[in-house]
Write a protein that binds this ligand. Structure first.
Ligand code: PLP
Length: 364
């Protein structure tokens, strides 16, 4: 064996691989899986039909430009399709952005409990991740701006953020953008935007439309229920779309995903059902868990962050729930070792989690 084997680029071995939410419990029973912020309602039946309809054409490459999907997104939101870039999940878009705009000696800034992919994508590009403290589990605009240096090239902001569920009002996002130098790209990750019911929230479209250094990323994995197909999109300034299109794989979005995405967008009733379900159960879950004496961070997404006394109790609660077939998410990797994140489930799921937590706490 050669003494000096191939070595990955600097930064690669500093990456802690992303650990997805667990999906099985001991005993082989079908779990209540509330660990990955998936919708409890499934995809639109129209999306499933469109997916199946492509089965006879698997020998054909997909349309490398995902034209039908970009056109459908553009119609849905009133956007310019030329400035939409589709990806294999928004994860891929985050990676493409990092690849195109970050390199050795440069920095990407994000908030302390921000989505894990920002750090991974930054390190994978050889750049330096800069994590900034939050205030009340919420991104702190002043702290982010204070962390910007001449080396900063990208600021990542999940709005709402996973796993905290908190958000920045549009005025704060604007203030953040205003404070950034023109050569810094603001990436607004709006993976959960459809769930937000707040008058002062805006997903990012306005800033992308009016500035040349803002990108908004979106996903079909959450409210649209197409996580398995890996489908996301970014709305970009023309120059950024051009950079991403040069570096993405020529067929990075597969044909069943394109077909299902187009059909999903056309089913507005299904989207409304998902919104209404969350609007009903998010407050219920929050208040029922609070009534048990646990702190729950107020969330605008389809999940809640539940706080326990210390990491040991959080771990014990996780094991207790798993033994009852319920999988939540440990979030120690996000700097939140005292917490579990719970995705809003069906009525039955939500009742079972609250009952199991009550019995964990000895209150059943
Ligand atoms: C904030 C945030 N951004 C992006 C993603 C990635 O989504 P996708 O499935 O589109 O890659 C997630 C998934 O958990 C997320 O929570």
């Amino acid at each position: 064996m050669a003494k000096n084997g191939p070595a990955p680029q600097p930064g690669i071995l500093d990456i802690n691989p992303y650990v997805p939410g667990e999906s099985s419990v001991p005993g082989g029973v079908k779990p209540i899986k509330l660990s990955s912020n998936e919708t409890p309602l499934g995809p639109s039946p129209k999306a499933i039909a469109a997916y199946k309809a492509v089965a006879d054409e698997l020998d054909r490459y997909p349309d490398g430009g995902a034209t039908a999907l970009r056109d459908a997104i553009a119609r849905h939101y009133g956007l310019n399709p030329d400035r939409i870039v589709c990806g294999s999940g928004s994860d891929e878009l985050i990676n493409l952005i990092a690849h195109a705009y970050l390199g050795a000696g440069e920095e990407a800034v994000y908030s302390a409990h921000g989505f894990l992919m920002y750090k991974i994508a930054t390190l994978a590009s050889g750049a330096t991740p800069v994590s900034v403290p939050e205030k009340g589990y919420t991104a702190d605009v002043d702290a982010i701006l204070a962390a910007v240096t001449p080396r900063t090239r990208v600021v990542f902001l999940a709005n709402p953020n996973n796993p905290t569920g908190t958000y920045l009002p549009h005025g704060e996002v604007r203030r953040l953008h205003k404070g950034l130098p023109g050569n810094v790209l603001l990436v607004i990750d709006a993976a959960y935007s459809e769930y937000v019911r707040r008058n002062d929230y805006e997903a990012g479209l306005e800033l992308v439309a009016t500035t040349n250094n803002t990108v908004m990323t979106r996903t079909f994995s959450k409210i649209y229920g197409l996580a398995a197909l890996r489908l996301g999109w970014a709305y970009c300034p023309a120059e950024v779309a051009d950079a991403l299109n040069r570096t993405r794989g020529p067929f990075n979005v597969n044909a069943p995903a394109i077909a299902a995405g187009v059909a999903a967008l056309a089913d507005r009733a299904h989207l409304e059902t998902g919104i209404a379900h969350n609007e009903k159960w998010l407050p219920w879950v929050t208040s029922e868990i609070q009534k048990l004496g646990l702190e729950v961070t107020p969330s605008v997404g389809n999940f809640v962050l539940i706080h326990f006394a210390d990491p040991k109790v959080a771990g014990a609660a996780d094991e207790f729930l798993k033994a009852r077939g319920i999988i939540l998410r440990r979030v120690a990797a996000y700097g939140l070792p005292n917490c579990l994140r719970m995705t809003i489930g069906t009525s039955d799921d939500n009742h079972k989690v609250v009952a199991a937590l009550a019995s964990f706490l000895g209150r059943s």
